[in-house]
Design a protein around this ligand. Structure first.
Ligand SMILES: [Zn+2]
Length: 156
C-alpha cells in the first residue's frame, strides 16, 4: 500500500487503538503475574529494560478490538496465541508455557519501551503492518528472530 493511504489509516485508527491498548494493559496489570527468574533473564536478553514492570495474563482467548478496526488488528495477535500491550502480555492459556511465544511478546515489550510508549509504538506498528504486511514488517521480523532460538522441534 502506498504511504498516503498507510498514513491515513494510521491517523484514523490511532486514537481508538491507543485507548484500546491502554485498557487491555490496565486489565493485565491488575490481574496478571510478574515474570519468573528465567523469564526475567529472557526479557533482559531481548532488550527489556524494566522486566519487573512486565505482567503476564493467560486467557482462554486473546481479546480483539471491536468494529472495522479489527481488520487492521487482525494482524495484532500472533495467530491469536499471544499479544503484547506495553508492559502487559496476554498468552492464550493453551500456549502459556511456550517459551518462544513469550520471548516473541517480550521483544514487542522492548519495542514499546524503545519507541517511547503506546502511542509511538502503535503509530509505527500500524504503519509497518499496513505498508509491508504483518509477516514482512520489521517489528515482527525482530520478534520472530529473537524467539527463533527458543523454538522446539515439533513434538519435542
Ligand atoms: Zn508479533
Amino acid at each position: 500500500m502506498n504511504s498516503f493511504w498507510a498514513d491515513m489509516i494510521v491517523k484514523m485508527s490511532l486514537p481508538l487503538a491507543t485507548r484500546w491498548v491502554e485498557k487491555q494493559e490496565s486489565v493485565i496489570m491488575r490481574e496478571g503475574r510478574p515474570l519468573s527468574e528465567w523469564e526475567t533473564m529472557w526479557a533482559q536478553d531481548v532488550g527489556v529494560s524494566k522486566p519487573e514492570e512486565v505482567r503476564i495474563l493467560p486467557v482462554p482467548r486473546i481479546p480483539t478490538p471491536g468494529s472495522w478496526i479489527t481488520r487492521i488488528f487482525g494482524v495484532f495477535g500472533e495467530g491469536p496465541t499471544g499479544m503484547a500491550v506495553n508492559y502487559g502480555i496476554y498468552l492464550e492459556a493453551s500456549n502459556a508455557t511456550n517459551p518462544s511465544l513469550l520471548v516473541h511478546e517480550l521483544t514487542h515489550v522492548a519495542q514499546f519501551e524503545r519507541m517511547g510508549g503506546i502511542g509511538a509504538f502503535l503509530e509505527e506498528y500500524i504503519y509497518q503492518c499496513v505498508s509491508d504486511g504483518y509477516w514482512d514488517c520489521a517489528m515482527e521480523q525482530e520478534a520472530r528472530d529473537a524467539a527463533a532460538p527458543f523454538s522446539r522441534p515439533p513434538g519435542g
